[in-house]
Design a protein around this ligand. Structure first.
Ligand code: PLP
Length: 392
């Protein structure tokens, strides 16, 4: 098979369009040149659109703020958001029901006092417990919108109300939702939103972005943050379309192209496409005879960008041959993370997948399961997925 036949269905990084790839293959320029400043401005305008218009309701837009590009993946953006909003004695309430919620808590441990509100990975939060944990002493509440480790959507609006009632800053990781699903900064009371280049935006990995709303900007204190993540400094330089330190020039060029493509598609269309493709994966796999992970309860929904499926019992006992059979077909999918390794597999529909690629993903998983002796109805899975894709 040629390189172009390879189908990347991991929940990040995701496939790049030819336009995005070509954007990186240009002569280098200085990050202090007018040439680069123009690219930065394009990237920032596109990010503003993505952060403030990630909704299918075209009448809604979000309050003013600033999109900042960071030289580092989303973990750096998560740390920057927290570290610029707390002193060591401050309290952060971190909501943890998956790997990335836990990452926020670990970051908060380093920079402040962290109080965790935990649920089992894949379970819903008990909003009464969140209410009980957040107080007027809470400086920051952190939440992951789309928990990539479990394929769950957490209730941002409900948690935002609780944070707002106590004047706590609300920092939300929209890494695997922003640009592919609804994300309403204003309606949900989000103060700082975070995303990654390599997920629903479909740019290469290595850089990330934060959206700092005007209402929280005055609360930032870059002096207490790691030197490289001083958001006050980033804001000052952003006013001149620059970053404080050497920009990742090829990656910013690629991101500028990726967000241009999002603007061209339009977010309402893009979000509907993501929802349809996620439903095709989910319904296709269940029609084949597989079961979804997690079981929904409480105020959570299934993700529209990442589909998680229980591995059948026999496969869970020895998952490698199944993943090898998928890889042998030139398709890459993910297993579970941490204690979910060997229990689930995950596929992503983030970015610019075609419907044919989604169908190939469904078929490949079905055939790979059959290879390792699982009785699945691959045709039923593919037919169901095709019906979903053809419906709208
Ligand atoms: N947040 C979420 C929801 C993620 O899915 C990821 C990565 O998969 C991250 C944060 C961290 O991204 P990175 O490992 O690229 O820093």
């Amino acid at each position: 098979m040629s390189e172009d036949d390879f189908l990347l269905l991991n929940p990040g990084p995701v496939p790049l369009t030819d336009r995005v790839r070509r954007a990186m293959d240009r002569p280098m320029v200085s990050h202090r040149s007018a040439d680069f400043e123009a690219v930065y401005e394009r990237a920032q305008e596109g990010l503003d659109y993505v952060f403030t218009r990630s909704t299918i309701d075209e009448t809604r837009t979000s309050e003013a703020g600033t999109s900042l590009l960071l030289n580092g993946t989303a973990t750096m953006a998560m740390e920057a958001a927290v570290a610029n909003l707390v002193d060591p004695d401050d309290e952060v309430v971190a909501l943890v029901n998956g790997k990335f919620g836990r990452r926020f808590a670990r970051i908060a441990d380093r920079h402040a006092r962290c109080r965790r509100v935990e649920a089992d990975w894949g379970d819903s939060f008990d909003l009464d417990a969140v209410e009980a944990a957040v107080s007027d002493d809470t400086a920051v509440v952190t939440l992951v919108h789309n928990e990539t480790s479990t394929g769950l959507l957490n209730p941002v609006a409900a948690v935002g109300e609780i944070a707002d009632a106590h004047d706590a800053a609300f920092v939300v990781d929209g890494v695997t939702s922003i640009g592919g699903d609804e994300f309403r900064i204003d309606d949900w009371g989000v103060d700082v939103a975070i995303t990654d280049a390599q997920k629903a935006i479909a740019a290469p990995p290595g850089i990330s972005a934060v959206y700092v709303t005007d209402r929280i900007e005055g609360a930032l204190d870059g002096d207490g943050a790691p030197f490289y993540e001083d958001l006050d400094w980033h804001l000052r330089k952003a006013a001149d379309n620059q970053t404080p330190f050497t920009s990742a020039v090829p990656l910013v060029r690629a991101l500028a192209e990726a967000v241009d493509q999002i603007v061209e598609e339009g977010l309402p269309h893009r979000i509907r496409r993501h929802r349809r493709q996620a439903r095709a994966f989910g319904d296709g796999f269940t029609a084949m005879g597989l079961e979804r992970f997690p079981t929904l309860s409480g105020p959570t929904d299934l993700s529209n960008t990442v589909t998680a499926i229980d591995l059948p019992e026999d496969v869970a006992a020895d998952p490698d041959p199944f993943f090898d059979a998928v890889a042998a077909r030139d398709v890459s999918i993910s297993g579970g993370q941490a204690h979910l390794a060997g229990q689930i597999f995950r596929v992503s529909n983030m970015g610019n997948l075609t419907d044919e690629q989604v169908l190939r993903g469904v078929e490949t998983v079905g055939e790979a399961l059959r290879d390792v002796g699982v009785r699945v109805d691959v045709d039923a899975g593919c037919n169901t997925a095709r019906d979903v894709l053809n419906k709208d």
